[in-house]
Design a protein around this ligand. Structure first.
Ligand code: SF4
Ligand code: SF4
Length: 443
């Protein structure tokens, strides 16, 4: 399938090595058994500089839902055991224990790490100086007697080598996002900035990036399901673009699938958010932003920015937010594209209205010279309409049978307008109805 873009799709470097003919069953020896594929995969969800919006977005996913993944409802997918700071029932030491086991290499099953939120630069100063985000406490050394909180950044680098895959969810984790915006004091960065471009998981997979602020929940769960199918050797490796985004989800601009794209093409623009028309003149960056929210919907295939009348502010893009600010101001490029659409689209729109007007009349009505509509329909007296229709039909039927002309020879049906023929006065129907009305008092 061609997207019309010169898009660099890449396959994971070591995937062939993992699933080649000489590979042990059970995901390269990381789990499962010689008799069958994996039964269980642990997912460690870690929050860095985050607003928890990604957790909320993921928990609203429907296709597949988080529950589908946790309950193992998808045939042949391993059951996902989720360790989430908010959603897991366990707390304290009980909650942290599996994280520690994963770091120590004693978990006994493969694990995937999901990061929500950006990564602060707190490895730049000594532990005793503090931290920007933390999870659990007591250090990582079993002999340690410290009660200091454990930095999220320590968990991230310690879990990295043994993870089957590392997934960054949301724009903060994928690109840095709002915590990394100009003027921040945390030195926040993306997961790939933190781990470095040479990072590969235990299965040879670079960081998978599912951006969005917040992301479409389905984008995340579908990517996880696709990676799990691949890990089960049931599906080919999903395609990722040169920034590690699932290519099938982020390969198109939001503009191409926007429900308002027709307005843009006809040069009709909104004046304020919520208007029906194209929002480019009030700050929509959709024509240059890779996002699928209008196809997928915000939740359960419903909603999404333009569907709800909101302009795109580029929240899935690495340049967000600084490169898309100030929000709700027309992008400079829209002056050229918008003016062009206004001129060419305006002319095309008028021609289309003429064709629409012709199509809104049956051949019978044309032959009779009137439409039997009591809804105030008026025939257009515009002579241009007839001229346009004449030439349009010439082109439409060239090399074919002119059915419009054939239909002109059809006789008018004799029982047309039967009530008038029978002498029934429709103006009398109101008094007749009134005679049968029962007043509220009579009731
Ligand atoms: S609202 Fe935005 S994405 Fe939609 S058609 Fe207009 S410019 Fe394109
Ligand atoms: S349409 Fe724009 S603002 Fe809305 S989710 Fe997509 S990238 Fe973000």
């Amino acid at each position: 399938m061609s997207t019309g873009y010169k898009q660099k799709l890449q396959t994971v470097p070591h995937a062939g090595g993992v699933f080649g003919a000489d590979v042990d069953p059970g995901i390269g020896g990381l789990g499962g058994s010689p008799d069958g594929p994996l039964n269980i995969v642990h997912v460690f969800w870690i929050a860095g500089m985050s607003c928890d919006g990604c957790s909320i977005a993921a928990s609203g996913a429907t296709n597949p839902s988080v529950e589908d993944l946790l309950l193992g409802r998808i045939p042949n997918l391993p059951k996902v055991v989720l360790h989430h700071p908010v959603l897991s029932p366990g707390a304290g030491t009980e909650f942290i224990r599996p994280f520690r086991k994963a770091v120590e290499g004693t978990l006994g099953a493969p694990y995937v790490v999901v990061l929500e939120g950006s990564v602060p630069d707190d490895q730049a100063f000594p532990t005793e100086y503090g931290y920007f985000s933390a999870m659990g406490a007591g250090g990582f050394d079993p002999e340690s007697e410290t009660d200091q909180p454990n930095r999220v950044t320590d968990w991230l680098w310690k879990l990295a080598p043994g993870a089957a895959a590392y997934v960054a969810i949301g724009t903060c984790a994928t690109w840095g996002g709002i915590p990394a915006a100009a003027g921040n004091i945390t030195g926040s960065m993306s997961l790939t900035d933190f781990l470095g471009k040479d990072y590969r998981s235990a299965l040879g997979v670079p960081v998978v990036n599912v951006p969005g602020c917040s992301p479409v929940g389905d984008n995340f769960t579908e990517t996880v399901a696709a990676v799990l199918l691949f890990l089960q050797n049931l599906a080919p490796l999903p395609k990722f673009d040169e920034l590690g985004r699932p290519a099938w989800l982020f390969g198109e601009t939001v503009h191409r699938h926007c429900p308002k794209a027709g307005y843009y093409e006809e040069g009709v623009f909104a004046h304020e958010p919520g208007d029906n028309e194209c929002l480019v003149e009030i700050g929509c960056w959709g024509p240059v932003v890779q996002c699928n929210i209008v196809e997928r919907g915000a939740i359960n295939h419903m909603g999404g920015c333009m569907v709800a009348g909101g302009a795109c502010i580029g929240c899935t893009m690495p340049g967000f937010p600084d490169k898309y600010s100030p929000f709700y101001k027309a992008p400079p490029g829209s002056a050229i594209s918008g003016t062009t659409s206004r001129i060419t689209g305006g002319a095309i729109r008028r021609l289309r209205r003429m064709s629409m007007s012709t199509g809104n009349s049956t051949p019978l009505w044309d032959n009779a010279g009137e439409a039997p509509s009591a809804w105030g329909r008026e025939s257009s007296k515009n002579p241009l309409l007839k001229v346009n229709s004449y030439f349009y039909k010439k082109l439409q039927y060239s090399g074919s049978v002119n059915h419009a002309n054939r239909n002109k020879k059809q006789p008018l049906p004799q029982s047309r307008d039967i009530l008038r023929q029978k002498g029934i006065d429709m103006n009398a129907s109101v008094p007749v109805l009134q005679e049968h009305l029962v007043s509220r008092e009579e009731l």
